[in-house]
Design a protein around this ligand. Structure first.
Ligand SMILES: Nc1ncnc2c1ncn2[C@@H]1O[C@H](COP(=O)(O)OP(=O)(O)OP(=O)(O)O)[C@@H](O)[C@H]1O
Ligand SMILES: [Mg+2]
Length: 211
């Protein structure tokens, strides 16, 4: 069972462009489709998830913005409004914001691309998650086709840092890019596509983790 009410997923990574917002809006949308009252809490001053919601218009999920220091209060308000599934999107290069999100979460997802510079950015997260003792998983994102060796090497880097890798990986797929730019999700622009199937697998895995 989730330790908090609502079930709360934090998406953190110190690296810009790793896929935090993409993951946040896809998971919150999938949760809404599953009948959850889900929302994204966007703690990033860039407010990309909020922009995605503006482009989307009057459709679920709800996206609210919150300064990291008010995160607890924002989640509490969400709960009072009946939300049972919250995804926290966080800014890059921001220790304090990541710390607050990790503290508030039942589970932490750390999207990363497979390049060395991206993997190097995993290190500062290790201490943050260890301190909060929140279960955390690295999610390989935008994995190029045929990148078997790269994936194995990245798994080794994560393991050496003591991080667990999520068994579901997201490929480098145009549907993620195209859909987000329109306020949609991969499943909405291409329901039978590989990106949609990966999100589905990730959602099923996440649900299991949350009990
Ligand atoms: N799996 C993927 N395949 C293709 N494009 C992707 C994938 N994941 C993310 N992208 C694209 O990469 C860019 C960065 O993704 P996103 O905004 O989700 O990263 P971020 O970690 O939230 O960035 P920031 O740190 O700036 O907040 C976006 O244009 C997005 O559409
Ligand atoms: Mg973002």
């Amino acid at each position: 069972m989730a330790k908090s009410d609502p079930a709360t997923v934090a998406i953190v990574s110190q690296k810009g462009g790793s896929g935090k917002t993409t993951l946040a809006v896809h998971l919150a949308t999938r949760a809404a489709q599953a009948g959850h009252q889900s929302c994204v809490v966007d703690t990033d001053p860039q407010a990309s998830a909020a922009a995605w919601s503006d482009w989307r218009g009057d459709f679920l999920p709800v996206v609210v913005t919150s300064p990291p220091a008010r995160l607890g209060r924002t989640i509490d308000n969400a709960r009072k409004q009946g939300m049972d599934f919250v995804v926290i999107d966080t800014p890059p290069h921001a220790d304090a914001a990541a710390r607050e999100a990790i503290k508030a979460a039942d589970i932490v997802l750390i999207p990363t691309r497979l390049r060395a510079f991206d993997l190097a950015a995993l290190e500062p997260i290790v201490d943050l998650v260890a301190l909060a003792r929140t279960p955390a998983f690295v999610v390989f994102n935008a994995v190029p086709a045929g990148a078997k060796l790269l994936t194995t090497e990245a798994e080794t880097v994560a393991a050496n840092l003591g991080l667990t890798v999520c068994p579901v990986k997201l490929g480098e797929r145009a549907a993620f890019h195209r859909s987000s730019a329109k306020g949609e999700t991969a499943a909405e622009v291409d329901p039978e596509g590989k990106a949609a199937k990966e999100v589905e697998r990730l959602w099923k895995w996440l649900r299991k983790q949350l009990g």
